[in-house]
Design a protein around this ligand. Structure first.
Ligand code: AMP
Length: 114
């Protein structure tokens, strides 16, 4: 369930503080410590999954749940236009190896991402 040396597992356990915006039995959402947009929070599964590359039939239900949570939290915040990003692997920009979805809003977004 938890990985001992994982930063986000430590946030789930409460060993490292975070500014939470949502929590339930399966996932939690908290503001990014280095925001890349006026609104920038992360949604993570509580169970350790390394990245999008580790999603399979045994753990994919939480991903659907996370997208429901993203829709609910953004609605509650009054945010209608937002981007959801999950970096998978160092070359794609992943710095924390625990599956997370960035939710970014509050500014114009460009495409393609860098
Ligand atoms: P990524 O680089 O896609 O793996 O995203 C990891 C994100 O976690 C980055 O945007 C970091 O700013 C963010 N981050 C790292 N440590 C913390 C922390 N203690 N609390 C909140 N966000 C964090």
């Amino acid at each position: 369930m938890f990985k001992d040396d994982c930063l986000f597992c430590k946030i789930v356990k409460g060993d490292i503080p975070s500014n939470k915006v949502y929590e339930d039995e399966l996932c939690c959402a908290f503001y990014d410590i280095a925001p890349a947009a006026p609104t920038h929070f992360l949604v993570i599964p509580k169970d350790h999954i390394g990245s999008c590359g580790e999603i399979d039939g045994s753990n994919s239900a939480v991903v659907a749940h996370i997208f429901e949570v993203i829709a609910k939290v953004t609605k509650d915040m009054g945010v209608t236009d937002f981007r959801v990003v999950s970096n998978c692997g160092e070359r794609a920009g992943q710095s924390v190896p625990h599956l997370h979805f960035h939710v970014l809003a509050g500014r114009d977004m460009t495409w393609p991402p860098g």
